[in-house]
Design a protein around this ligand. Structure first.
Ligand code: ADP
Ligand code: ASP
Ligand code: MG
Length: 471
């Protein structure tokens, strides 16, 4: 059995939908002896952003964006239906469905405008609507291509806690629901077409898994069904040595380990949602990243152990919109518990720490958090260390913005000397200042902080230093 997930650009236009239908039809044909296919889809590209911006504008009292979005989204989906679905009944049914979903969107935005407030719970209802439009559309397009496909809303399958905006699946219940709902369909030769990104609490309140979370949906479904492979169909030839938008000569990687992929995704390689690797790894399900617009390309396989031993660095990634927090002071030397108190405070704010570095003299601890959380963390730490600040044991608690974390990733770095030297030589040659450095104990990653202005040049320089680019 195989799960095929199609991202936003893969369902971004009529041509893209047609390409997806062809890819699915080919897979179904290859499996005709033993059918076993589940499709997961994102919203059409740009739709989730449109929905979110409209809801935010409504909360600020501006009702024009949601009215405009309603019409724009109706047209966007209807154009695809009009061009790819000939059956009048199917088209009429879809038209009614689009209309009812978009009326719901309008009603929600109107209430948000009346209340003047957008709660995380409300935002999840709105932002999940894109998948609830694209998945029934894709199911109908597949039927128009002669396949037996049926739409399934993942709020029936993926049961989560109520951490709106980034909900955590409750695994036992999710696994049970996925199996009991999808297995009978698959066994009778039907292809379920499931909404990515969305889930619901046990009480049925809609949630989402976080931006880009459709990859995670696919991995959860794949793990629950114990499939042979989860395929992530996107708009590039697999996972590359760097973001091709930043490094034009980036190359596609034939194979990566789960560990390497997890590092890359965690440090901002948008091609896979960071949580995707966990269920796949736990159930040992291979992941494959493929290109909808170049389906003949073998893409990237993500596996437990790499068959090809490539020493050293595999890929470089950069994560933006982060802040570097520093707790510094000569009085910290030898005072136990500063680090523990620092990170306990950060944990109380429920903020994710991306990287930590402490100088050996213990004069400073610095760590990286998402930029949006940085003011809140600084406030919390100033409160925590009020006495130490007054007594000048700690000189300052502050943050540096407009920085970027660059991660140099590869399991083969382990035990290969000289990697760090090459990284820093490459940056030194360009006079790029490194603000902080950290290396994970796994030695599969060196991360460093540089200023935002140097980021692109730094990533390209490291990429070149390890000759990662194509010819
Ligand atoms: P989808 O809509 O299919 O989920 P995304 O936009 O979320 O696609 O992810 C694909 C994009 O990720 C690519 O177009 C590319 O610009 C970006 N990307 C960032 N880092 C990498 C990388 N190391 N390899 C491949 N793509 C990357
Ligand atoms: N549509 C959602 C988003 O834009 C989820 C996804 O595309 O994976 O974040
Ligand atoms: Mg994505």
């Amino acid at each position: 059995m195989i799960v095929m997930k199609f991202g936003g650009t893969s369902v971004g236009s009529t041509d893209a939908f047609a390409a997806v239908a062809q890819i699915v039809a080919q897979q179904a044909q290859a499996q005709r002896e033993r059918p076993g296919l589940v499709v997961v889809t994102s919203a059409m590209s740009g739709v989730t952003n449109t929905l979110i911006h409209a809801a935010q504008a409504a909360a600020g009292g501006d009702e024009a964006p949601y009215r405009e979005a309603r019409n724009q989204l109706l047209v966007k989906h209807q154009v695809v239906a009009g061009q790819l679905i000939e059956d009048n009944v199917e088209r009429a049914n879809l038209g009614r469905l689009f209309d009812s979903r978009l009326r719901e969107f309008e009603r929600l935005c109107r209430s948000i405008a009346v209340l003047g407030e957008l709660t995380p719970r409300g935002l999840d209802v709105v932002s999940g609507l894109g998948e609830r439009l694209s998945a029934p559309l894709l199911a109908a397009v597949l039927r128009a291509h002669g396949l037996r496909a049926e739409f399934v809303d993942a709020s029936e399958l993926i049961i989560t806690d109520d951490t709106f905006g980034s909900a955590n699946p409750i695994w036992a219940e999710t696994e049970r629901r996925i199996q009991s709902r999808l297995l009978p369909m698959v066994q009778s030769g039907v292809i379920p077409v499931v909404t990515g990104f969305v889930g619901a609490t046990e009480q049925g309140v809609p949630t989402t898994l976080g931006r880009g979370g459709s990859d995670y949906s696919a991995a959860l479904i794949g793990a629950a069904l114990g499939v042979d492979e989860v395929q992530i169909w996107t708009d590039v030839d697999g996972v590359m040595t760097a973001d091709p938008r930043m490094v034009p000569n980036a190359r596609s990687l034939p194979e990566l380990t789960y560990e390497e992929m997890a590092e890359l995704a965690y440090y901002g390689a948008k091609v896979l949602h960071p949580k995707t690797v966990t269920p796949a790894l736990e159930c040992q399900i291979p992941l494959r990243v493929l290109n909808t617009f170049n389906p003949a390309h073998p893409g990237t396989r993500i596996v437990m152990r790499s068959q090809t031993t490539s020493p050293g660095v595999k890929a470089i990634t950069a994560i933006r919109d982060v802040g570097l927090i520093t707790v510094a002071g000569r009085g910290m030397i030898g005072v136990p518990g500063i680090a523990a108190r620092t990170f306990a405070s950060v944990a109380r704010e429920a903020v994710n720490v991306l990287m930590i570095s402490q100088s050996s003299s213990e004069q400073s601890i610095c760590f990286v958090v998402p930029q949006a959380d940085s003011p809140q963390v600084v406030d919390a730490l100033q409160e925590e260390f009020r006495q130490e600040l007054e007594r000048h044991l700690i000189d300052s608690v502050g943050s540096v913005e407009q920085i970027v974390v660059i991660a140099v990733v590869g399991s083969g770095m382990r035990g290969t000397p000289g990697i760090a030297a090459r990284v820093f030589n490459a940056l030194g040659a360009l006079d790029i200042n490194v603000v902080a450095i950290a290396q994970g104990a796994s030695e599969a990653n060196i991360s460093l902080v540089v200023s935002e202005a140097d980021a692109v040049q730094a990533v390209r320089a490291i990429h070149d230093a390890f000759q990662l680019g194509g010819a």
